[in-house]
Design a protein around this ligand. Structure first.
Ligand SMILES: [Zn+2]
Ligand SMILES: [Zn+2]
Length: 263
C-alpha cells in the first residue's frame, strides 16, 4: 500500500526538536512512501509560533532530504498555518512566492488566546466558539486541508468531556459544505490515538458526515512532533477512511490534490 503521512513537525517548528533527516529515516523504516513536512507558521506576533520559521533554511533542508532519500521516500514541502483567515493578505504575500506543495489550516487560538486558555475562560461555550472560528477559516482562508477538525476536544475532554455530535451537527454541516464548495479537504489526524483521548481528530461521525455530504479530499497525518511518532497509527487511519466509504487518500503537488487509491 502507498502509505502517506502528511503532517510532521521538526525543529523548524517552535514546539519540536526533531531532525528532518531522522524523520525521513523513520518514515522509511515504518513503510511510509510519501511524507509532507508541515511546520507551524503564523504572521501574528501574538501567536506562540511567530518568528520561528526561516523559510530559506526550511526549504533548503527539504531539498537536501529530497536528494538524500531520492529513491526511497517522496518528500513534499508544506506548512501549517494558525488562523489563516485572519491577516490573510500578509499570509498571501509571504506564501505565494514560495510555491509550496500543501497548506494545512488550523485554529490554534481564539481571540489571540491558546485554546487551553480560551477553554478555561468560559468552558460551556468553548466548543461552540471553536467551531464558529473554524467556519470563519473555511469560509475565506486560502488552504488545502482543515487540520485536526475538532481540536478543542484535545484540551477539553479530561475535565469537561467530549462534545455531543448531534448538538453541533448543523454547524459541522455548514463547515463541511463550505469546505467542499471551496475545494478544501480534511485530514484524519491520528495524534489523539496516542493520548488518553483514544480517538482520531476528527471523530468518526464527522468523517462519515463529510462523506455523506460529498467530500472526497482526505489526507492522513500523524501530526508527529518527535521522530518516534512518524507514521504512528497511519495504517489504522487508512482502515477508518475505508470503513467510512472512502476509496482514495490524497497527496498534493504544488497545491493540486491527487487521489491515490486505497488498496
Ligand atoms: Zn495543529
Ligand atoms: Zn501540527
Amino acid at each position: 500500500m502507498y502509505l502517506m503521512d502528511y503532517h510532521h513537525h521538526t525543529n523548524h517548528s517552535f514546539d519540536s526538536t526533531a531532525s528532518m533527516v531522522e524523520v525521513c529515516k523513520r518514515a522509511i523504516e515504518n513503510g511510509i512512501i510519501e511524507i509532507c513536512f508541515t511546520e507551524h507558521f503564523s504572521v501574528n506576533p501574538l501567536a506562540p509560533t511567530y518568528g520561528h520559521m526561516v523559510f530559506e533554511k526550511y526549504l533548503s533542508e527539504i531539498r537536501a532530504c529530497q536528494e538524500q532519500f531520492n529513491s526511497q521516500l517522496t518528500i513534499k514541502a508544506g506548512i501549517e498555518l494558525c488562523e489563516p483567515h485572519l491577516l490573510k493578505n500578509q499570509y498571501d504575500e509571504i506564501l505565494q512566492p514560495l510555491n509550496l506543495d500543501f497548506i494545512l489550516g488550523s485554529v490554534h487560538n481564539l481571540n489571540n488566546q491558546k485554546l487551553r486558555l480560551a477553554l478555561k475562560e468560559d468552558h460551556p461555550t468553548a466548543y461552540e466558539r471553536y467551531f464558529n472560528e473554524l467556519y470563519q477559516m473555511v469560509s475565506t482562508a486560502d488552504i488545502d486541508i482543515i487540520a485536526h477538525f475538532d481540536l478543542m476536544k484535545r484540551y477539553a475532554y479530561k475535565e469537561h468531556g467530549l462534545y455531543v455530535f448531534q448538538e453541533h451537527r448543523e454547524k459541522f454541516e455548514q463547515i463541511l459544505k463550505k469546505a467542499i464548495d471551496r475545494n478544501i479537504g480534511m485530514e484524519i489526524n491520528t495524534s489523539g490515538l496516542r493520548t488518553g483521548l483514544k480517538q482520531t481528530l476528527p471523530s468518526i461521525e464527522i468523517i462519515q458526515l463529510y462523506k455523506e455530504l460529498g467530500g472526497e479530499i482526505l489526507t492522513i497525518g500523524s501530526d508527529s512532533h518527535t521522530v518516534e511518532d512518524v507514521g504512528a497509527n497511519i495504517a489504522e487511519a487508512y482502515e477508518l477512511a475505508k470503513q467510512c466509504g472512502f476509496h482514495y487518500i490524497y497527496k498534493f503537488e504544488k497545491r493540486q490534490p491527487i487521489p491515490v487509491k486505497i488498496v
